[in-house]
Unconditional design. Structure first.
Length: 113
């Protein structure tokens, strides 16, 4: 008889909850979701996005595209800020890797400064 690894894992997790070995994961999941999806960006990052979008549009026209990496140097010197931008870009707005600068700017402005 072949074992279903997923079902076996689920049974172990269920038993761990029953016996009090694990914390209330549903509570932890709510905290994680509330803390990451839909989280507002800090105003300094919003302003930086608007400034970069304006510069790209002025240099290359209204159809220029960019990714959220355009707002950062080529080194990871502020991982929290990078994750904040990535969360806003990927999880909150589900944007593609490259988007039109006009669209990104409009989304930021719609959220207010």
């Amino acid at each position: 008889m072949q074992r279903d690894a997923g079902a076996e894992h689920a049974l172990h997790v269920h038993n761990a909850f029953r016996w009090g070995w694990l914390p209330d994961v549903s509570r932890l999941c709510r905290i994680v979701v509330q803390g990451s999806v839909g989280t507002a960006m800090r105003d300094s990052l919003k302003q930086k996005i608007i400034t970069v979008c304006d510069a790209k549009i002025a240099a290359k026209g209204p159809t220029v595209g960019l990714s959220f990496y355009a707002f950062f140097a080529n080194r990871n010197d502020d991982p929290e800020l990078l994750m904040e931008a990535a969360t806003w870009w990927i999880r909150t707005h589900r944007l593609d890797h490259f988007e039109k600068a006009e669209k990104v700017k409009a989304l930021v402005l719609a959220e207010g400064l």
